[in-house]
Every structure is written in C-alpha cells, then in structure tokens.
Unconditional design. Structure first.
Lengths: 116, 110
C-alpha cells in the first residue's frame, strides 16, 4: 500500500540556517511527489512537485527537493531559513488510482519553528 | 491567490446542532475533497467527489454527509454535532495532479 512517512514531528532551526525536512514513501512504481506548507490557521499551499525528469526540483519561496529513488526519499531543503518559514510542512505521494482518478496520500507533517 | 473558499473559518456550536460547512471553487475542477485534520496527525480523507452527483466516502469513517449538485459547490453536513467532531476541516479541489486547498474551517463542538 502507498504510504508517506515524515520522521520528524517537530524541527527547530535558527534564522539563516539551512533546513532539510525528510520524507520517505512506499510506492509500487515511480510516484508523483509533492510538498505542501500550511501556515497557522490556513489551508495547504503547494511548494513544489515532482513528476519525472530532473530529480532536483525547485519550488516557491526558495525551497527545493530531491527525489532519490534508491532511498525512497523526497527531502525538502532550503539554504537559509527565514522567520516567515515557520509553518507545518506536508509531504504527499500519488497517484493512488482510486477509481482511475489521481488522488494522493499525505504524511503526518513536520512542524518547523524558527529561532531568532 | 486561492480560488477555493471555505466558510465559516471558525465555528463554535453546541452538541446536537445541525451544521453545514461550505466549500466553493471557481476553477471548474471536477474533483473535490474533504479532509479532517487534527494536530500532529496526517490529513484524513473523509469524502470525495469526481463530478456532479458523484460522492464517495473516504478512508476515515465520518458521520458527515456531502452533496455535489453543482461543480463549484461541495458542502459538508453534520446532522447532529458531537464533541468528537471537533477538528479542522479542509476542502480541496483538483483538475489533474496536485490539489488546491481552501483555508479550512475550525469546528469546535461544546
């Protein structure tokens, strides 16, 4: 069965430091992979997605992620974190092919705290 | 800029009341979803729709019901709210791959 694991429930980094959020997936084929960010009291916003091709994908707000098939991972990175990056981050995998539609499964999320 | 809207943003309601959470999107997406989200937990799919007059229950059992009479509108109804229904409810829509989410409704049942 398809699944997504985000091993870190909560991460704290200092402003200006680099960031890496981990995501591991279980999937029978090459998945489509997504990272979403959720600010407090808001819905989820798409940061970036991987479908095929270059395994390093660039997203909005200076984020990037690298697909590593051998490690079943899709880790999110940012070279220098800003205080406004404090939020909850969700990794997602798809398609699930529910009734031939392209649904997704989400991880439990990683909460990022940014110290001044 | 989000083109999917949820109302209300916050709702506090007494046990036993009937409530409807509204979700509307202006993108013409056929697929729409309702997720329930609790702190520290993954998003749980409770309902989805692939088009008008199409609704299905999701992975997480829910006492709520949904309807899809128009493409743009996907309301969720609780006939009799209970404290166990306290949660955040997120609506999303999709044309192909990737979802667009609304801002959510935080429901508290007292």
């Amino acid at each position: 069965a398809q699944s997504v694991t985000q091993p870190d429930i909560h991460i704290t980094v200092s402003e200006g430091a680099s960031l890496e959020l981990r995501c591991n997936y279980s999937y029978g084929a090459t998945p489509y992979l997504f990272w979403y960010v959720q600010s407090p009291g808001q819905g989820l916003q798409l940061l970036l997605k991987y479908f095929s091709g270059d395994t390093l994908v660039q997203g909005i707000k200076g984020f990037e992620a690298e697909f590593k098939r051998s490690q079943s991972s899709f880790n999110l990175r940012k070279p220098s974190v800003h205080w406004s990056d404090a939020a909850e981050y969700f990794c997602a995998v798809g398609p699930l092919y529910r009734y031939n539609n392209n649904d997704m499964r989400f991880g439990a999320g990683t909460r990022l705290t940014v110290k001044p | 800029e989000a083109d999917i809207y949820q109302t209300p943003r916050y709702l506090v309601i007494g046990t036993g009341k009937k409530i409807t959470l509204e979700c509307s999107q202006t993108m013409g997406h056929d697929k729409m979803y309702w997720y329930q989200q609790d702190p520290g937990m993954e998003l749980h799919l409770i309902h989805y729709s692939y088009g008008v007059n199409s609704t299905e229950k999701g992975d997480l059992s829910s006492e709520s019901t949904v309807s899809r009479i128009r493409t743009e509108h996907f309301p969720l109804t609780l006939e009799s709210a209970r404290p166990s229904h306290t949660s955040q409810y997120l609506c999303a829509s999709s044309a192909s791959y990737g979802y667009t989410f609304g801002s959510g409704t935080r429901l508290t049942v007292v």
